[in-house]
Design a protein around this ligand. Structure first.
Ligand SMILES: *Cc1c(COP(=O)(O)O)cnc(C)c1O
Length: 399
């Protein structure tokens, strides 16, 4: 039976969220055509998705999904160690390992679970420590709690700060975990510096490259490849299949013995149904295209440059990001909400990101670009951003 005070407690929390402009709503998407999205009866140009290369609706990718689902069904039927391990999973793991020039890969149902699995399987001993960037993804931070290790955080992108947190940790007892590209900032971690710190302090570097894969580095091999780090520098990295690759799921790629250990001991792997094989087949096709279609990355880079140049000329306050994630800081939550609402009236979907997703006082618009945007759409967005920048009093009340 539910505790009688539980309802009171959640009602009080809800009231607090209302008072702080922190109510969370889920917008309903009814149709999608590339970057154009129909939501609640209106078509908007979306600058809001992580489908950076525009692969989620690409014809060969959706055909691969349909064909494989027709052949193999929807669900995998069981976890990998029972009977859900399918040839399509094995093929995708091999292709990912080959693309990223690593010995092995292991598929997970999604990136959140994969991050939980890595720390749970590798940091379970008394005295183990995970040293993390303050702005790491929620799943990396939560993973330390699950693993029961000590979590120590260092200031954002500060390799010196990482050294301080790693001092006095016994050899072999520490992991240094960082996002490759930070999802709400768009900046790239100082991976070469962190790799050096990890080597000197005998810690294991783990790079969550959910936003870097497909977008950064040669052939889209991500921020680890871009930093020219080998498997000895970064023994494991996370690859998301739901972002630039346009699908769903994730993989941990790297050292063969570590991967074997995860496959045999990581609870979020052992006790969870295997990814639908048809999704693995679709990701294999997406991977081929991400790898081959240099034009997608070139176009994306051109659009990012165009956005930044024009936004700067319009006097908009940009961060330092060179990636398709381009945040515009607003400060107060209400201002971010008002700006987002004004943009929507102008026909653009740009989400406002508020605490606790980002630190207090740093609410922002999160603009994300895709290879499917046209230069005209980018120009239109910059014009709309500039025109709506100072929220009118009316817009404030809407928020
Ligand atoms: C999206 C994301 C995840 C979670 O991946 P899912 O497959 O969406 O669960 C983990 N880490 C980072 C940095 C991410 O951006």
């Amino acid at each position: 039976m539910a505790r009688p005070d539980l309802h009171d407690r959640i009602a009080a929390l809800r009231k607090l969220r209302v008072a702080q402009d922190r109510v969370r709503v889920r917008r309903i998407v009814s149709r999608r055509d590339g970057v154009r999205v129909e939501t609640e009866g209106r078509w908007l140009v979306a600058f809001s998705s992580n489908d950076y290369l525009g692969l989620s609706q690409q014809f060969q990718v959706t055909t691969a999904l349909q064909d494989a689902a027709g052949r193999d069904g929807v669900g995998s039927g069981a976890s990998h160690l029972v009977s859900g391990h399918h040839a399509a999973h094995v093929a995708l793991e091999r292709e990912l390992a080959e693309w990223l020039e690593r010995p092995a890969a292991l598929l997970f149902a999604n990136g959140f679970l994969a991050n939980l699995a890595v720390q749970q399987a590798l940091l379970g001993e008394e005295g183990d420590v995970c040293v993390q960037d303050r702005l790491n993804h929620a799943s990396l931070l939560d993973a330390s709690r699950l693993a029961g290790c000590r979590l120590r955080r260092y200031p954002h992108a500060d390799a010196e700060g990482a050294i301080r947190q790693l001092r006095n940790v016994p050899e072999g007892a520490a992991m240094l975990a960082t996002d490759g590209v930070f999802g709400m900032e768009g900046d790239v971690a100082p991976l070469r510096g962190l790799a050096l710190v990890a080597r000197v302090q005998k810690a294991m570097l783990y790079v969550d490259d959910a936003h870097g894969i497909g977008v950064r580095g040669p052939q889209g091999r991500g921020s680890v490849a871009e930093a020219r780090l080998g498997v000895e520098d970064a023994p494991l990295q996370l690859v998301a299949l739901g972002k630039a690759l346009g699908g769903y799921g994730a993989a941990v790629v790297g050292d063969a013995a570590l991967i074997q250990h995860l496959a045999e001991t990581a609870r979020p792997y052992l006790h969870s149904t295997a990814l639908p094989p048809a999704l693995a087949a679709a990701s294999s096709e997406a991977l081929r295209q991400a790898r081959r279609d240099e034009w997608r990355r070139e176009k994306l880079t051109g659009l990012v440059d165009r956005f930044r140049t024009r936004a700067a000329a319009a006097g908009l306050d940009l961060g330092l990001s060179e990636t398709p994630i381009q945040p515009l800081l607003c400060g107060p939550d209400a201002q971010a909400l008002a700006w987002s609402a004004a943009l929507e009236r102008a026909g653009y979907w740009v989400p406002a990101i508020r605490p606790p997703t980002v630190p207090e006082g740093t609410a922002r618009l999160r603009v994300t670009l895709s290879a499917l945007h046209t230069p005209e759409q980018v120009d239109g967005l910059v014009d709309a951003l500039a025109a709506t920048r100072v929220p009118a009093p009316q817009a404030e009340t809407v928020a």
